[in-house]
Design a protein around this ligand. Structure first.
Ligand SMILES: *[C@@H]1O[C@H](CO)[C@@H](O)[C@H](O)[C@H]1NC(C)=O
Ligand SMILES: *[C@@H]1O[C@H](CO)[C@@H](O)[C@H](O)[C@H]1NC(C)=O
Length: 208
């Protein structure tokens, strides 16, 4: 009875071990990373496999972007680098290492995508090729730029100017590109406006 139990236990253990071995293949990289436009980002990666390497493993690392079957942007073997990343992609990885760092410099807004690491190598059981399934989602934050205002405009004047022009001749005054233009427009509108107010006040005064 005890012997049967032991046999059953070892059978379970063996099965578990076998199951683990089959899944002992992967490509690790962060799930999400975020960078700032103009900055740089580092994507650390590592991979593991259950096989024995061939004498000449001919390891090759490649990166795809956008989706699992997306365009290849880099291949260490050819070597190949996508035009979009010219001069901005650095691979810190050397032949035979199972880890490294992908670095993207001078981040652009349209670098925002998912990046998938991919490895090719020769084993005693033949050539193997696999890739990260989830990849690394790269989020790019835009630089926060505040439009420079060369003039300090009293808020009362600004409000008056906006209220008096809104819905009249120039409803898009707010959208004027240059601050200078905006100030000029207000001066043009406000001076006659103040003149009109003063005129009304002056006209009404003798009636009191
Ligand atoms: C390359 O990455 C390794 C760690 O993987 C690090 O120790 C080394 O400093 C890096 N080299 C460069 C030039 O970034
Ligand atoms: C890189 O390119 C070579 C040659 O085309 C190819 O054999 C290899 O599989 C590629 N590497 C990866 C990781 O896709």
């Amino acid at each position: 009875m005890a012997q049967t139990l032991l046999l059953l236990l070892s059978a379970t253990c063996l099965h578990t071990a076998g199951f683990t071995r089959e899944n002992d293949l992967g490509f690790n990289q962060p799930a999400v990373l975020s960078g700032v436009q103009g900055g740089s980002i580092e994507v650390p990666f590592s991979f593991y496999f259950p096989w024995e390497l061939a004498k000449d493993p001919q390891m090759s690392i490649a990166w795809r972007w956008k989706n699992y079957h997306g365009e290849v942007i880099y291949n260490s073997t050819q070597p190949f680098l996508h035009e979009h990343f010219k001069g901005r992609l650095i691979m810190n990885w050397t032949q035979g290492q199972t880890s490294g760092v992908l670095r993207i410099l001078n981040l652009k807004e349209n670098d925002q995508a998912t990046y998938f690491g991919r490895v090719f190598l020769q084993t005693t059981e033949g050539m193997k090729l696999w890739q990260s399934i989830p990849g690394t989602k790269l989020i790019i934050h835009a630089l926060i730029t505040t439009p420079g205002s060369p003039f300090i405009i009293p808020s009362a004047v600004l409000t008056a100017g906006l209220e008096d022009t809104r819905g009249q001749r120039n409803p898009s005054l707010l959208n004027l590109g240059a601050m200078v233009g905006m100030v000029m427009a207000k001066v043009v509108v406000i001076i006659p406006l103040y003149g009109w107010v003063i005129f009304l006040w002056w006209k009404q005064r003798p009636a009191e």
